[in-house]
Design a protein around this ligand. Structure first.
Ligand SMILES: [Zn+2]
Length: 88
């Protein structure tokens, strides 16, 4: 066990090459989006995400923090506003 910890520690202390410095976001939840995997797209970092509504979208890493759905959340919200506005 100690050996394994030493190995991990050694790996952490080693300088990380630029291309390996990408934070693995696989499995992360962002709003309604779940990050499934990184897409093999260069040079941008693109993640394949699945929305709770079932839609798959590709989101650039730096945009991911601003995305909460595939776009359906916005249309749902506007629909809710619309029905509220027109109710009564
Ligand atoms: Zn959606």
């Amino acid at each position: 066990m100690t050996e394994l910890f030493d190995q991990i520690k050694a790996r952490m202390l080693r300088p990380v090459p630029r291309y390996r410095a990408i934070k693995d976001r696989t499995g992360d939840r962002q709003g309604m989006l779940t990050v499934l995997r990184q897409m093999p797209v260069e040079p941008a970092i693109v993640w394949l995400c699945k929305c709770d509504c079932g839609t798959f979208i590709e989101v650039e890493s730096r945009r991911l923090i601003h995305r909460e759905s595939c776009g359906c959340l916005r249309s749902l919200a506007s629909r809710a506003r619309w029905s509220k506005h027109h109710a009564g």
